[in-house]
Design a protein around this ligand. Structure first.
Ligand code: 5RP
Length: 240
C-alpha cells in the first residue's frame, strides 16, 4: 500500500480533522484528486463518498469540467447542490472513474448497501474504468462477516427469505428508523439484511445470491474495486 502523509493532505488542500469523520473526509477528498477534466464520474452514496462529491464540487468551482452519474437520490441531491452536472448512465458512453464507500472490506472484496443503494452503485461502479473505494479504517475486516443487503422485489420477499435460509443465511427485513414500515429503495423494492457469519468464499455466495429469482441485487462487490483509499489519523493509505 502507498501512504499519503499529512503533507500530502496539505498539497491536496485536505483538512486534517481527527476521528472517523476526519478519516472519511481524508479518504473522500484524496480520491477526488483522481478526477480529471472531461471525465464522467460515478458518484457514490454514503457519508464518505459525500466528501468526494463535495471535493468535486470545489474543483468545479475552480473550473473543472466533469459530469457525474449519481448512484442514489441522496448522491444526486448533493451533486446538484454542489453544481455538478448530473447525467444518467444511459446518457453517457461510459464512466471513467467511480468513487464509492463500503460497509466492510476484506482483501479487496466489499460488502455495500448500508444505504440500500447497492443496486445502482454496483451498476455504476462496475461500469467505471476505475473504481476507487473510500473508507475509514473501521471498515477493514479479516474476513467479510457483516450482514449482506439483498434488494428484493416486495412480492418475492417470502420466497427469497426461504432461499436465503437454504443457503445458510438469516434474513431480516430492513425497517425504516423513523417510520413504521420497511425501507423502500430508490427502485421501489425492500432490503433483506442477511447474516451468513464469516463469508470465506464471497465469489461463491455472490453467484448463489445473484441466481435467486426475486433478488434485484445484493451487496457483495467481488473483484470490482481497483483501489481502496483508507483515511487514517496520519493521512490516506491507498491499496491497489
Ligand atoms: C450505501 C453504501 C455506502 O457506500 C456504505 O454504506 C458506506 O457508507 P458510509 O461512507 O456512510 O460509511 O454502500 O448503499
Amino acid at each position: 500500500p502507498q501512504t499519503f502523509l499529512p503533507s500530502a493532505c496539505a498539497v491536496t488542500g485536505m483538512k486534517n480533522t481527527g476521528g472517523s469523520r476526519g478519516a472519511k473526509r481524508r479518504a473522500g477528498e484524496h480520491a477526488a484528486t483522481a478526477v480529471e477534466d472531461g471525465m464522467v464520474v460515478g458518484l457514490g452514496t454514503g457519508s464518505t463518498a459525500a466528501h468526494a462529491i463535495r471535493a468535486i464540487g470545489d474543483q468545479i468551482r475552480d473550473g473543472l469540467d466533469v459530469e457525474g452519474v449519481p448512484t442514489s437520490f441522496q448522491a444526486r441531491q448533493l451533486a446538484i447542490e454542489e453544481g455538478i452536472p448530473v447525467v444518467d448512465l444511459d446518457e453517457v458512453p461510459g464512466v471513467d472513474l467511480a468513487i464509492d464507500g463500503a460497509d466492510q472490506i476484506s482483501d479487496g472484496q466489499l460488502i455495500k448497501g448500508g444505504g440500500g443503494a447497492h443496486a445502482r452503485e454496483k451498476v455504476v461502479d462496475a461500469a467505471a474504468d476505475r473504481f476507487l473505494v473510500v473508507a475509514d479504517p473501521s471498515k477493514r475486516a479479516e474476513t467479510l462477516d457483516g450482514a449482506v443487503p439483498v434488494e428484493t422485489l416486495p412480492a418475492a420477499r417470502p420466497v427469497v427469505e426461504h432461499e436465503i435460509r437454504a443457503l445458510g443465511g438469516e434474513p431480516s427485513l430492513r425497517r425504516a428508523e423513523r417510520k413504521d414500515g420497511p425501507v423502500i429503495t430508490d427502485n421501489g423494492n425492500v432490503v433483506l439484511d442477511c447474516e451468513f457469519g464469516p463469508i470465506e468464499t464471497p465469489d461463491t455466495l455472490a453467484e448463489q445470491l445473484s441466481m435467486l429469482p426475486g433478488v434485484v441485487e445484493h451487496g457483495l462487490f467481488v473483484n470490482l474495486a481497483d483501489e481502496i483509499h483508507i483515511g487514517t489519523a496520519e493521512g490516506v493509505t491507498v491499496e491497489r
